[in-house]
Design a protein. Structure first.
Length: 271
């Protein structure tokens, strides 16, 4: 059994318990459920700082403890100041160490679009995301069938949530639904957690031209951003690289500055 299989099996049990404890009607009765949403897709497209989606997470199965004592308000405020286009916030407690209040704090702290990043296995979680005040949700193609992706993406759209669908290989690209707003190539294989930036470059031309493309995971070298941008990627989800630093917001700002310096050098060489 892979790590992803274990996560999904646990998630189905976890969601079933939450559905018993908090009926859908109660979710729909929350204030955040009815608030206006921000567009992640638009924020990435209009970004002057390379469309960075900066992630708040405490740990992961591949990295174990990353920054378990991190303050979600301080970290995400720093990301916003640095010029991030959006915030990704983990909400999984069992495998990623999220605290129940993390996304609430993030939503209260920043004006940027916020992705609820979790393992979606039930449409109930879409309503949870809306009640949390999230602007977008993540669908993982490795966890879902093409039919599930289409159904979840369609329902999310009806709820006013944007959809980031994550793919890792050609088979998963084939599962993409026209209801998806953003396609993200995960450079991490969720079955064994190995990482290669080359994965984004290999899949770039297979992705639907109409979909906004982002690259996710394992991005630590500013030079990689320049290469990926030349391949058509407009946004980049970065988490561990920032979160393992004492000041993740400053790490984000420094990273954006270095990307800009490299692009300026490249443009100067062409001129």
């Amino acid at each position: 059994m892979t790590i992803l299989d274990r996560i999904n099996d646990y998630k189905k049990l976890e969601v079933a318990r939450r559905k018993e404890n908090t009926p859908l009607s109660k979710l729909k009765d929350t204030a955040l459920y009815h608030q206006d949403r921000r567009s992640l897709r638009q924020s990435i497209r209009e970004s002057e700082h390379f469309g960075i989606i900066a992630e708040f997470k405490r740990k992961s199965p591949s990295q174990d403890n990353i920054n378990v004592a991190a303050d979600p308000a301080a970290v995400t405020a720093g990301y916003q100041t640095a010029g991030a286009a959006g915030i990704s916030c983990l909400t999984d407690t069992q495998f990623f160490g999220a605290q129940p209040t993390d996304i609430d704090i993030v939503r209260q702290t920043v004006s940027l679009p916020v992705i609820r990043k979790d393992f979606m296995v039930d449409s109930y979680q879409l309503h949870e995301a809306k009640a949390m005040g999230a602007d977008a949700i993540l669908l993982i193609a490795a966890s879902l069938s093409a039919g599930q992706i289409d159904d979840f993406a369609s329902e999310a759209s009806a709820l006013g949530l944007e959809v980031l669908c994550e793919v890792h290989n050609e088979e998963e690209v084939g599962k993409l639904s026209p209801n998806v707003d953003i396609v993200g190539v995960n450079n991490r294989n969720l079955k064994d957690f190995s990482v290669s930036i080359a994965n984004s470059l290999q899949l770039a031309e297979m992705l639907p031209p109409s979909m906004l493309k982002i690259s996710e995971s394992g991005i630590e070298d500013p030079q990689s951003i320049v290469k990926l941008r030349s391949a058509g990627f407009k946004g980049f989800l970065i988490g561990t690289y920032f979160m393992r630093e004492p000041d993740p917001g400053q790490a984000c700002a420094d990273f954006i500055r270095r990307v800009r310096e490299i692009e300026d050098l490249y443009d100067g060489a062409i001129a």
